[in-house]
Design a protein around this ligand. Structure first.
Ligand code: GLN
Length: 252
């Protein structure tokens, strides 16, 4: 009989939607425990505000919010370097949503004056506030093919995508070092009415395959949208099972 692993999963709780992520993570873990007769993993979830709390974690979520604020508070809390180590050296599973995706990217365009400190790790360049300002936030049904096959998921229904001053991945950067995994594009937002350009008199529809809104590079997952602002557990279930629990199995 295999022993149950105890995994502590943290949510960076400096600003933004950390409480909502914790709520969905707890619900997703309960869903997983119900689905398995003998769960191989038991989770505990904590808010992370200090390097000591981060050190307890096997995986981390960085929520949406305001990436410049999160990085300023992280720097003031002595968390920036430990976060970089967690993601890039220890390579622990880390999921960034919206502002979290920005912080996990190696490069960002359309930053505030003076730029901003990033954690990095994802070999992509994101474009901040790609769809415009707060007032141009929108919901869109998403097709997330990577969720299918996960038996905890209802694979058919579209996923409710919530976009609030969302970034998109505008470029995948070349990965030079051997220990870097390739960047996988997990999802695009197709044919969206694109109002990004200031002063554009008419909205234009993109005729290419669409904007990249979800990527994975090894231990790092980034999504432009906010799963924590929905009641749909599928993303959190998938991340816990396919990335967090799977990576624990590999390393044990
Ligand atoms: N555009 C915001 C930023 O730069 C992110 C918005 C969000 O997380 N909802 O941080």
């Amino acid at each position: 009989m295999t022993a149950t692993a105890l995994l502590t999963v943290g949510v960076l709780a400096l600003q933004g939607g950390f409480y909502e992520h914790l709520t969905l993570l707890r619900a997703a873990a309960a869903h997983l425990a119900d689905a398995e007769s003998r769960p191989s993993v038991e989770y505990s979830f904590i808010e992370v505000r200090t390097p000591e709390q981060l050190a307890q974690c096997s995986a981390l979520v960085i929520p949406g919010g305001e990436s410049t604020t999160i990085s300023l508070v992280a720097a003031a809390s002595g968390l920036l370097e430990p976060l970089r180590h967690f993601v890039k050296v220890d390579k622990k599973p880390t999921w960034g949503t919206c502002a979290g995706l920005i912080l996990l990217s190696d490069q960002v365009s359309a930053t505030k004056k003076g730029g901003q400190e990033l954690i990095g790790g994802l070999a992509v360049r994101v474009h901040r506030n790609h769809f415009g300002r707060q007032i141009e936030s929108f919901n869109a049904p998403l097709s997330l093919p990577f969720l299918s096959g996960d038996d905890g998921a209802q694979t058919e229904a579209p996923y409710p995508g919530v976009f609030i001053r969302a970034p998109v991945v505008e470029e995948v950067l070349s990965t030079s070092s051997h220990d870097q995994q390739p960047v996988q594009i997990l999802a695009k937002l197709p044919g969206r009415v694109n109002k990004m350009k200031e002063g554009m008199s008419q909205a234009t529809t993109k005729d290419d395959a669409g904007d990249v809104i979800a990527v994975r590079q090894g231990n790092i997952l980034g999504t432009s949208f906010h799963p924590e602002l929905t009641t749909d557990l599928r993303m959190h279930v998938w991340w816990l099972r396919q990335i967090v629990a799977a990576s624990n199995k590999q390393s044990s």
